[in-house]
Design a protein around this ligand. Sequence first.
Ligand SMILES: Nc1ncnc2c1ncn2[C@@H]1O[C@H](COP(=O)(O)OP(=O)(O)OP(=O)(O)O)[C@@H](O)[C@H]1O
Length: 288
Amino acid sequence: MSSSELISSATNAQRPIVAPHEFTPIEDSVLHMSRVSIQRGQNLLLDEVSWHVREGERWIVMGPNGAGKSTLINVAAARLHPTSGNVGILGEVLGAVDVFELRPSIGLSSTLLAEQVPGGETIQNLVVTAAYGVTGRWREEYDAEDLERAERLLARWGIAGYSNRKFRTLSEGERKRALIARAMMTDPELLILDEPGAGLDLAGRETLVRSLTQLATDPLAPTPILVTHHVEEIPPNFTHALLLRDGQVISAGPIDAALTEDTLSEAFRLPLNVSRNSQGRFTAFART
Ligand SMILES: Nc1ncnc2c1ncn2[C@@H]1O[C@H](COP(=O)(O)OP(=O)(O)OP(=O)(O)O)[C@@H](O)[C@H]1O
């Protein structure tokens, strides 16, 4: 595959920058970014990123520390507006939609979110408050159906019986599972998981990979975008990858073309040996 085909998902999504109400996202797109830049002071955190995610695709986002991954997914999760460029999410356009109406359709689990959870928050409250997009239950009322759904999700993610436990008393792996259950609470169409494997031990990582692999086989599951630092965390049935470095797209497209020795070595500025085994799992080592 040529390098131009390799980044087809990125370039196809590229259009002239227009006012939000004049931007029409590509039909069938779950996410459509066109020439998105984010500037903070002198720093260009994202530099004309174009990206197109379609229904049925399952994406990995990778890149070195500081590449702009969290910034990118905060835009994708309607938490951050671009300095320039256009963003379509689930057919709506950032800048022309009430983001508070859009956000429940986007499940988000991230370290930033985990840091905002009051330590004394119960796991049941952590999950049900997703409906209001808040962390820390106040006086909102939840009906029995919400509470039952929360219980089902906790069981689905392997932490049944944790409802009354306080968030701060959970292990790192249990917290990650609770946050994913929360992200699924609103029955989102787009599910963004920012480093769900960070801090997990080997068994925790493998259990997470298995759960994400199973999720991906469910036809009713949301379109997943998984941010990770490690190729070993990539579920074997994820279909696409985007590599970022210094706020720019290095490659984006079908995973076997976008995630190669060449592209990973370029993204991490380190010569790497990358392989994929018969089960579809990746490994990467520095070339000696
Ligand atoms: N408000 C800000 N002002 C200036 N620079 C910022 C700001 N927020 C983030 N940055 C910088 O933008 C770059 C991208 O940050 P971001 O958190 O998106 O990277 P990342 O790829 O998620 O990194 P990591 O893998 O370390 O989590 C970093 O160099 C960071 O220091």
